[in-house]
Write a protein that binds this ligand. Structure first.
Ligand SMILES: Cc1cc2nc3c(=O)[nH]c(=O)nc-3n(C[C@H](O)[C@H](O)[C@H](O)COP(=O)(O)OP(=O)(O)OC[C@H]3O[C@@H](n4cnc5c(N)ncnc54)[C@H](O)[C@@H]3O)c2cc1C
Length: 459
């Protein structure tokens, strides 16, 4: 077995999380030698693939499962991806500008949406309220055959849709275009990370081994398994939650349409999205159901699954608590039925009809080969299901677990990790350059701010 030259940083995992860090380290730091391991033959074959996720840039403006505080964070994180797309000329190739809205159905939801609009307009000044009359011409399918009152809070011409695989490829290209020594190790599965006595690490893959000074693991559910194999993160377990989609046979909507969240449910309400992989035909989903797999549509490694589930009395308590709640129990059952070949569409149609009332079962098709796995983290100490990202950081080692909206947050997480790695290695981070290229406000936001300033000046 060959021990190669000493690298400054190894990144394990070539999804959007790993590649965004590669780009950030290569472009904004003076770190010279970086190596990235990806076990498949291309970047973003798993959750960061457009077939696996909802292709949404989560800005927080139409996601009613976010609190105001969560929306503030997501707004900042998403603006980094939007700025990258605009500043690195990736509009209409990686990121697409479309209209989007949050749709309220029925009097109760409409009242809640009005309240949310007042609150959220302070954070997203561009938001508009769209009534039924407006929607009848703007998105007629939302209104046709509808009995209940509706109202939408929406925005026009925003980067709403991102191909996170193309974004990953773009990150890699930008990194390779720098003068740094970047090694991309495709088809190479890391099997072990070992801390050496001198403080460096040995990364052992299925074919060779490398010595590195620092390691960041962005390997989806496997990040936790690597951490635990080194004695960290024992307080966490993974609940693997699958998400599937349904296609329609034609393009029924031009905008992304999100629906109002049932606050009792842990996963986001379904939405309707124009799908970039299907000629912008409408795609509904995702569903949310527990599936005993760590990687959707890939071989099941039972030993890994058992380690990830990490079942003990604390984890069992979390499952029992979830099942105790009637709303969650019914939701779990519904989502299981939606996966079943004959009944799936019959059950799902009710959710889809909330968005398009005239939709028929025959208009829907289970999106075969689409969907991914969210590695939801269970905090065993708190006996709680955590809904966002999780990070374990120890001297020279970082392990990231990134369920939704991990793709949207990728550049923000990369910024945090790149700064930590620089601190650990005694290297410099060029914050001014990063601020100019990545942290700038989006053009639309600047326009709104400028027009508001002008209005104030006129008044
Ligand atoms: C149904 C669904 C819908 C979603 N919708 C959205 C959305 O609309 N917007 C959004 O922002 N987020 C969304 N998400 C979340 C988003 O997809 C993820 O947060 C994001 O893709 C995570 O990126 P990642 O790079 O961490 O993981 P991944 O893309 O899964 O990449 C991990 C990589 O690590 C590699 N790897 C693993 N183990 C090893 C090893 N031992 N050696 C080498 N390589 C290894 C894998 O091959 C893989 O390429 C969704 C998720 C799901 C499941």
């Amino acid at each position: 077995m060959l021990i190669n030259k000493l690298f400054d940083t190894a990144i394990i995992g070539g999804g959007v999380a790993g590649t965004s860090l590669l780009f950030t380290l290569a472009r904004y730091t003076d770190i010279k030698n970086i190596i990235l391991f990806e076990k498949y033959d291309e970047v973003s074959q798993l959750n960061s693939n457009p077939n696996a996720n909802s292709q949404t840039l989560h800005v927080g403006d139409i996601e009613s499962n976010y609190t105001y505080e969560k929306a503030q964070t997501v707004k900042r994180s998403s603006s980094m991806v939007a700025n990258y797309i605009q500043n690195f000329s990736e509009v209409d190739r990686v990121g697409f500008k479309k209209d989007k809205m949050l749709l309220a159905v029925g009097e109760e939801e409409v009242a809640k949406l009005k309240e949310r609009y007042v609150e959220f307009k302070t954070l997203y000044p561009y938001l508009e309220l769209w009534d039924e009359e407006f929607l009848a011409t703007f998105e007629p399918k939302l209104v046709e055959g509808r009995k209940e009152p509706i109202l939408a809070m929406g925005a026009r011409d925003q980067i709403t849709t991102v191909d996170y695989k193309k974004l990953s490829e773009s990150f890699v290209q930008q990194a390779l275009d720098t003068d740094k020594n970047i090694q991309m190790r495709y088809n190479e599965e890391v099997v072990k990370i070992k801390r050496e006595e001198d403080g460096t690490f040995t990364i052992i893959s299925d074919t060779t081994s490398f010595r590195v000074k620092s390691v960041v693991v962005n390997a989806g559910a496997y990040s936790l398994l690597f951490a635990q194999s080194m004695g960290y993160g024992k307080e966490y377990a993974i609940l693997p939650i699958g998400g599937s989609f349904f296609f329609t046979k034609e393009k029924l909507l031009n905008s992304k349409v999100y629906t109002m969240q049932n606050p009792k449910l842990p996963f986001a309400a379904i939405h309707a999205d124009p799908d970039m992989t299907q000629g912008w035909n409408t795609r509904f989903g995702p569903t949310a159901f527990a599936l005993p797999k760590l990687e959707r549509y890939h071989e099941l490694h039972l030993k890994d699954l058992i380690s990830a589930l990490n079942i003990d009395k604390d984890v069992t308590k979390v499952y029992t608590n979830l099942f105790k709640d009637k709303t969650i129990r019914q939701y779990i059952l519904k989502n299981v039925l939606e996966e079943m070949p004959l009944v799936g569409k019959e059950v799902f149609i009710h959710d889809a009809q909330k968005v398009i009332p005239s939709l028929n079962v025959k208009d829907l098709k289970f999106a075969e080969g689409y969907g991914g796995m969210r590695p939801q983290i269970i905090d065993k100490k708190k006996q709680e299901l955590m809904l966002g990202e999780a990070k374990i950081e120890e001297d020279g080692l970082i392990f990231n677990m990134t369920p939704s909206p991990g793709a949207t947050s990728s550049l923000a997480i990369a910024l945090q990790d790149a700064r930590s790695v620089c601190k650990y290695l005694g290297k410099a981070f060029d914050m001014e350059k990063h601020e100019n290229e990545i942290q700038t406000l989006q053009t639309e936001e600047l326009n709104v701010l400028e027009s508001e300033a002008a209005e104030v000046a006129i008044a």
